[in-house]
Write a protein that binds this ligand. Structure first.
Ligand code: FAD
Length: 286
């Protein structure tokens, strides 16, 4: 399949890109092209204007900025996967990349493009929610900050407006001693998740504290599980507590089945993965 005709723009800097976005209706940004190009080839996306941000080298960074890490719109998956800064402060991200796509895709695809694509079976939308990241959306002449939990509004849908660009992701460094867990089941390693469960937590005086859990693949968007988090906070960690909490949490989920996996099976997966993720995070917390 070939894409529908479009006008191609290749700005040299951020300001020019934002001006183009503000001028043209029905314009799409192309970053790595790993999701957009297949969508265009299948004619599921038919933008009239394509704004290529690959020359915006000012957005290609992963930086330490006080108590947060900032990631620019052009930081590729592979650069983030290989980053020592990320490995030191956010090993959850480094670990999860073992499950995300394949080398060729990660070499070109960007984390910000992945978030804007908002596939509900994508792992990073769940991860940035437990990390409580902030997304910086810019348009010509202004910008705004959006908390990760408010960014995703539907399948392939976010609060990013047509004339806005996600320019930066700001992720607070988890405090020392925070434990993390990640589990995924997919058809093959590198495929989108049938279900993925991620967790961050702390253990204070033998009790669970600041428990954050999110799932991908099990609903129309990646989402946090606030009832589960509240139920676990202050409890002494044990496998019984985790099993009971997992059973209650999946009752509240409304997974969406697909051609390859039923909604009931997804619910079973989340039910099985939750206690494993909570146990792993507890073991890593110190
Ligand atoms: C074979 C294959 C396997 C894959 N497996 C996985 C997987 O297991 N897990 C997973 O999460 N992903 C997977 N992906 C998707 C991959 O992660 C993509 O890299 C990612 O989804 C999109 O990033 P991109 O930079 O290529 O974005 P693009 O394809 O360029 O753009 C995607 C969308 O985001 C918009 N966009 C891009 N950048 C911005 C921006 N800065 N601001 C506003 N809008 C923007 C575009 O307009 C478009 O709508 C896979 C892809 C392939 C081809």
């Amino acid at each position: 399949m070939k894409p529908a005709p479009f006008d191609y723009h290749r700005p040299e800097d951020l300001q020019s890109a934002l001006s183009l976005l503000g001028t043209h209706t029905d314009a799409s940004i192309i970053a790595g092209g790993q999701s957009l190009v297949p969508m265009m080839n299948y004619r599921l996306a038919q933008p009239e204007h394509l704004i290529d941000i690959n020359r915006l080298s000012e957005l290609d960074y992963i930086r330490e900025d006080g108590d947060q890490i900032t990631i620019g719109a052009l930081a590729r998956h592979d650069a983030i996967h290989a980053s020592e800064l990320i490995a030191e402060h956010m090993p959850l991200i480094s670990h999860a990349y073992e499950w995300i796509a394949h080398k060729a895709v990660r070499n070109r695809g960007t984390l910000c493009g992945n978030l804007c694509h908002a596939d509900p079976a994508s792992e990073m939308p769940a991860i940035i929610q437990v990390l409580e990241a902030t997304l910086i959306l810019a348009r010509n002449g202004s910008s705004r900050e959006v908390p990760a939990k408010e960014f995703f509004v539907g399948t392939y849908d976010t609060v990013c407006e047509e004339d806005e660009m996600l320019v930066e992701l700001r992720i607070p460094k988890p405090t020392a001693g925070t434990g993390w867990g990640f589990e995924e089941v997919s058809m093959r390693k590198g495929d989108f998740a049938w279900a993925a469960v991620v967790c961050l937590l702390r253990v204070e005086n033998g009790r669970l504290d600041d428990v954050r859990v999110a799932v991908s693949g099990a609903a129309e968007i990646a989402l946090r599980l606030p009832d589960l988090e509240v139920a676990l906070a202050g409890q002494a960690p044990s496998s019984d507590i985790f099993e009971n909490a997992a059973t209650k949490a999946v009752d509240a989920l409304a997974p969406v089945g697909s051609a390859t996996v039923s909604a009931d099976y997804k619910r079973d997966l989340v039910r099985a993965l939750l206690p494993r993720v909570l146990s792993a995070a507890t073991a890593r917390a110190s």
